[in-house]
Write a protein that binds this ligand. Structure first.
Ligand code: PEP
Ligand code: MG
Length: 322
């Protein structure tokens, strides 16, 4: 645990490797308390704001005004730093009160969830997009789309965004990013990067879909480790493919808050980390003790490991050299 003076020093220190690579270190935040902690710990912004929280609260859908106020307050709370608004991610394990989520799906995790659900309800979706676009200053909110499997979904979202901008008389560019949560998105990261402004890996879902293990099922919980070499190879491939279009890749899933994973993620080419607010200081410390050169060598070894347990052993050995 990092304490007192060291915490304060870290909050003001850049998140830079010893050989000069800058990592953007953001926080996942929904509540005012998250935002406050993110600020005191020196986060560079919000890398994941899960908007479904607004939809889980009551039976009625949140209005455009209600959503606008929530997004605006987030921007105000972060005092001018960028915030990443993830569009509605209902379905699968996230049921809503308003009844948008389909009932009786045999495989809800493979059913109408995330962007698929949003595209099924264009009016609900464009209300959300309009609420985001109302937040000033324009561009402060980046839009991020969950559960994308195909380029056509990104294009459909872009069409909704363009239409809302046209109606609202907005000409400025608004960053539109894609979450990499399906193996399909990871393996076509070049196609997505060609048309998205950034990619952000949701390691919770990516792990569940790569391993075909339900993230909420206790019977397989022991096997659901995002440090599985298959997941790491997907992350590495995502970074490699995104780089062909000059797009940056972030991680906003749980792996971003795992100290064992950070050196590997940096070594694989991830340049933005969005962690839980309480982990921001430690994450910064880990990055500041690294060099990109050693992170890359370490990541190469991790990709060759035979199991998640081997990767964890490798990570422990690496930490011992710090
Ligand atoms: C993820 O899947 O890693 C993610 C960040 O989204 P959520 O946990 O909200 O599904
Ligand atoms: Mg997810």
């Amino acid at each position: 645990v990092i304490e007192g003076r060291r915490l304060a020093l870290l909050a003001n220190a850049p998140t830079r490797t010893r050989d000069g690579l800058d990592i953007r270190l953001l926080a996942n935040a929904e509540s005012a308390a998250d935002v406050a902690l993110a600020r005191t710990r020196g986060a560079d912004g919000v890398g994941l704001y899960r908007t479904e929280f607004l939809f889980l609260r009551h039976k009625d859908l949140p209005s455009e005004d209600e959503q606008f106020i929530a997004y605006r307050d987030l921007v105000l709370g972060m005092g001018g730093l960028p915030v990443t608004i993830r569009t509605l991610d209902l379905g699968a394990d996230k049921a809503d009160a308003a009844g948008l989520v389909m009932q009786g799906e045999e495989n809800p995790a493979l059913g109408v969830r995330g962007v698929r659900l949003s595209l099924r309800y264009p009016a609900v979706f464009s209300t959300q997009i309009r609420a985001i676009l109302r937040v000033k200053p324009l561009g402060q909110c980046r839009i991020m789309v969950p559960m994308v499997a195909s380029l056509s979904e990104l294009r459909a979202v872009r069409a909704v965004l363009d239409e809302a901008k046209r109606e609202m008389g907005i000409a400025e560019r608004i960053e539109l990013g894609v979450m990499i949560e399906t193996p399909a998105a990871a393996m076509t990261a070049d196609l997505l990067a060609a048309e998205a402004d950034f990619l952000s890996i949701g390691t919770n879902d990516l792990t569940q879909y790569v391993l075909a293990m339900d993230r909420g099922n206790p019977a397989v919980a022991a096997g659901v480790d995002a440090l599985h070499p298959a997941v790491l190879r997907m992350i590495g491939e995502t970074c490699r493919l995104a780089a062909t279009h000059g797009r940056w890749v972030g991680v906003c899933g749980g792996l971003a808050s795992d100290p064992a994973a950070l050196p590997i993620l940096v070594g694989l080419g991830v340049t933005e980390i969005s962690a839980v607010p309480g982990f921001v200081a430690e994450a910064k410390q880990v990055v500041r003790r690294l060099t990109l050169v050693e992170a890359r060598a370490h990541a190469d070894l991790a990709l060759q490991c035979k199991s998640a347990a081997d990767v964890r052993a490798l990570a422990r050995a690496f930490e011992d050299t710090r």
